[in-house]
Design a protein around this ligand. Structure first.
Ligand SMILES: [Zn+2]
Length: 358
């Protein structure tokens, strides 16, 4: 029993030291990104038609110039990816992993948030691009902006919830303890709209189904330890320690609320750059008769669909991959019809069934 107790205490110790790492460097901006009621209503009216939204993801894992000091292993990346998939699933958002690519660049492997512009040449169009560095100026993760199409993770310190947390920022979510502009103004505890302290729809994360949060601390048993009170009513904070967008102990963070799911889906539908990350449900390539697609140079690209991807489905519509071209075909189901010609020499063709959107 004593041995078990000692083990438990040493585990607690490691959790505490983990929490001392800076969590997230994502800047929210001084003005909240608000969906008007009219916009939200119009979005909600079409929302049910083609969910789940399937977000294409491309992961760049950094290593040094000589290939050493790779920021993370594929196995660990996939564990974190699956954890993210699980957290988003009940909110009608799923994912498609296009590729994990190693980039040898010592400078980018040891990255600081101020060097954000150095990421831009490596962004994959139409994908949420995730960078994994071996160091990230002391942070576990950073989404750079809300919303955004790329994020960075620190491969040596990020925890299992960080990928999903930063992706939450990219899809429009704020921290549950967010403050805008005047730092003296924070979200109050009350959820009674008749109360003069009611401000959960304009402060914090702009959502009233996430309790007000003062980021006061969470212990290893997922219990809030802060005890702070809001300055308007003096009511004690009781934050949701299981929320993916809170700080605190990483083992606790598993959940998005319905309001957060709604806000992410609104961001997907209402923000063109984010909508551009979503795979269509059924895709035909080429898209009609008498057209030809030929990839014969060293370009790299992909064809994707959430449910069904048809290659060369129509009359006289050849799809050719030759030479050094690299193409990826990913969907729940991929159909290769007559007219499909894959004969790459130094290139490659990858055909994958997507397991992250069921
Ligand atoms: Zn964050």
């Amino acid at each position: 029993m004593k041995k078990v107790l000692i083990l438990f205490i040493s585990m607690l110790g490691s959790f505490v030291s983990k929490a001392q790492q800076l969590e997230c460097g994502t800047r929210a901006g001084s003005v909240p990104y608000i969906f008007t009621k009219e916009k939200q209503d119009s979005i909600n009216s079409i929302m049910a038609i083609n969910t789940p939204y399937c977000v294409r993801v491309y992961i760049n894992v950094l290593a040094n110039n000589d290939g050493s000091n790779r920021a993370d292993t594929d196995a660990n990346i996939l564990t974190n990816f699956q954890y993210m998939v699980n957290a988003f699933k009940s909110h009608n958002i799923c994912f498609m992993l296009i590729n994990i690519k190693q980039i040898n660049n010592t400078d980018l492997n040891s990255h600081t948030i101020a060097e954000e512009s150095e990421l831009l040449p490596y962004l994959q169009s139409e994908c949420l691009t995730i960078f994994i560095h071996s160091s990230l100026s002391g942070y576990n993760g950073n989404a750079y902006a809300i919303p955004n199409t790329y994020l960075s993770l620190n491969g040596s310190s990020y925890n299992i919830a960080t990928m999903g947390h930063e992706t939450g920022h990219c899809l429009g979510l704020y921290h549950t303890f967010q403050k805008f502009g005047d730092p003296a103004i924070q979200e109050n505890v009350t959820r009674n709209s008749g109360n003069s302290c009611y401000n959960c729809n304009t402060q914090g994360d702009l959502l009233c189904d996430t309790p007000a949060d003062d980021d006061g601390g969470v212990n290893g048993a997922c219990v809030y330890t802060g005890g702070g009170t809001d300055p308007c009513s003096g009511a004690t904070f009781a934050p949701m320690t299981s929320n993916m967008m809170a700080y605190g102990n990483f083992i606790c963070r598993t959940t998005f609320t319905a309001g957060q799911g709604n806000r992410m889906r609104s961001t997907i539908l209402g923000t063109p750059s984010i909508n551009n990350l979503i795979a269509d449900d059924i895709v035909y390539r080429p898209s009609g008769i008498n057209s030809t697609i030929l990839w014969n140079n060293s370009s790299e690209g992909f064809e994707t669909a959430r449910d069904e991807l048809y290659i060369s489905n129509f009359t006289n519509d050849a799809y050719n991959v030759t030479g050094a071209a690299v193409r990826r075909f990913i969907s729940k189901k991929v159909y290769l019809k007559p007219g499909t010609h894959f004969y790459p020499t130094t290139g490659k063709v990858h055909i994958k069934s997507n397991p992250y959107c069921n």
